[in-house]
Design a protein around this ligand. Structure first.
Ligand SMILES: [Zn+2]
Length: 387
């Protein structure tokens, strides 16, 4: 059964200007034709969804997602220590919030015990509504690094290699390394590299050997240099990156997923995080407010990700724009560019013939006001309607 989605406007994610009065033909879960005007030659027996004055966009992508972590449940380490049967229900809620907000793909940044692989299976089989899940498994850290029992331990070069092989065997699409300390847990320093240079280089090589891209939790300090120089694909967070490190990232083609939503979203009151974590969060927020304008101006490749906040890609795009990004680039950071970072641009990220039919409609013009991306009126993933 074919579907035609008609709309007054389409921003297709490629960077070209808005297409007016458009009809998008979908069949077999993919875009078949994109035509303007009367749409002659389209099948007369197709189901027609007319979204009127709304704007079509590619399905959004959250490039840094922990389905099992939820901001409203307080301290992250405690959440990671929860038993799997509790985490499973949180993941189902996060999955639904994503798809209802027009997020049709998520790039996992680590979920306990490879539960993201299980969650993906049940979404794919239609048991629960959700986005397409690109899995990372549990993520890999050294014994004394940021994270908790949710992660796989990789100590020493051999230990890191073994952990990566295990993660790939369990179904990881890409590999997550926890390099520096975090702002979300107690007892680690965001500027210290808990992995050695050798462990980082071995980990990236091991992953790339089998065609897996690498993402690393890094705030700054020497761990950033070790990882960028070793060919890391993306720095996650990066609150304390220096100008020299950003220049190095541009030279090496490294992406940044700054996850600003974590720093700037209003926290529920009372805030149940430990005082040390609240203070580290305050410092990171101040650092980012100073840093993001020049990082955005530098031309560094940036993708949108929301971490333990779900369905908030629109807010991440708003923050990008507040710090100087154009609305078009912000849209691409959550569509085309995030797909490119995933290595999946051939399949998702833009509305082009042959790609998966991930399509949303929003009320308003997000190029005039990026907040329009919050007003989701239609969501198709693989041509299946969720909203
Ligand atoms: Zn994270």
């Amino acid at each position: 059964m074919a579907t035609i989605v008609k709309a007054a406007a389409l921003i297709d994610g490629t960077g070209r200007e808005t297409v007016r009065d458009v009809s998008v033909l979908i069949a077999d879960g993919r875009f078949q034709r994109i035509v303007t005007g009367a749409g002659s030659g389209l099948p007369s027996d197709a189901e027609v969804i007319d979204v009127g004055a709304n704007t079509l966009l590619p399905g959004l992508i959250d490039a840094h997602e922990h389905l099992g972590l939820r901001h409203e449940r307080g301290y992250e380490r405690g959440q990671m220590l929860d038993p799997e049967h509790e985490i499973a229900f949180r993941m189902a809620k996060s999955a639904r919030e994503n798809i209802e907000a027009g997020i049709t793909s998520v790039r996992i940044a680590g979920d306990k015990n490879h539960m993201d692989v299980v969650c993906k299976k049940y979404i794919d089989e239609g048991y629960i509504p959700g986005p397409r899940v690109y899995t990372a498994g549990a993520g890999i850290r050294p014994s004394h690094g940021h994270g908790a029992t949710a992660t796989t331990i990789g100590d020493g070069v051999d230990g890191v290699r073994r952990a990566i092989r295990e993660s790939v065997a369990k179904g990881s699409h890409h590999i997550k390394l926890f390099v520096t300390g975090g702002t979300g847990t107690i007892g680690t320093d965001p500027l210290i590299s808990y992995f050695t240079r050798e462990e980082i280089a071995a980990g990236i090589e091991e992953a790339h050997n089998v065609g897996r891209r690498t993402m690393a939790h890094i705030h700054g300090g020497p761990g950033a240099d070790y990882a960028i120089e070793a060919g890391l694909d993306s720095v996650e967070h990066g609150a304390y990156l220096t100008e020299a490190q950003v220049e190095k990232m541009i030279k090496h083609g490294t992406w940044l997923v700054p996850t600003l939503t974590v720093s700037f979203h209003e926290r529920p009151q009372p805030d149940h995080r430990p005082p040390e974590v609240i203070e580290k969060g305050r410092l990171a927020r101040a650092a980012r407010a100073e840093q993001m304008p020049w990082v955005i101006r530098s031309g560094l490749k940036i993708a949108a990700g929301c971490d333990s906040w779900h369905g908030e890609v629109a807010m991440e795009m708003e923050l990008f724009c507040e710090f100087g990004m154009t609305p078009m680039r912000a849209i691409q950071s959550a569509t085309r560019d995030a797909a490119d970072l995933l290595g999946e641009l051939h399949d998702i990220g833009t509305v082009e013939v042959g790609k998966r039919a991930d399509l949303i409609a929003v009320e308003g013009d997000p190029l005039a006001d990026i907040s329009a991306a919050r007003n989701v009126r239609l969501v198709l993933r693989d041509g299946i309607r969720f909203v």
